[in-house]
Design a binder for this molecule. Sequence first.
Ligand SMILES: [Mg+2]
Length: 196
Amino acid sequence: MIKAIIFDLGRVIVDVNDTDAVKALIRYTKKDQASVHFALFYSKHYENFTLGRILPAEFYAAVKKHRPKVEQLIRKLKQKKDKLKVNSNHYSLILLSDTNKLHFEFILKNYPILKEFNDVVVSYKHNCKKPSKKIFLIALKKAKSLAGAGPDECLYLDDLIENIEDARQLGITAMQYTKFHDLVAAFKRFGINRGI
Ligand SMILES: [Mg+2]
């Protein structure tokens, strides 16, 4: 039985609008569109790029769009009564994200949905990122203490297949997020559809 749900952030809870992001960034750099696109989405130096303070808050507003349906579902999960569980009346929700301090503080301030999470695991605080074993183990430890959940009782959602595969190697029940409809169907399969 699933007791805890671990959510990735980017492209699951907030959407990344590549075109708007690149357009917004071009205003603050002399680089061409292709270079900006590469730097933003493929370069290992993305974090340094971000910390170079060429990205004001309005940049993020252009980059990130919230996903209302996923937000609604998160709220329902949090409120949902599970009669089979004695000591809990909701699913424990954990956020697991590769992010930097600047970015995450902006997200926290602008996306109230994150207040629904019982705990967060963010890469910059633990000096590791997905798909390293270490960051998944930190999330699993939190799931254990919050919900008494073992790895298979944690449902992990991420848009990247490599993260899903590594999570599965640790025994986590993991599912690649592609579209909302599939997520709802998966929840039914995992028995967490009631009331959703
Ligand atoms: Mg993601």
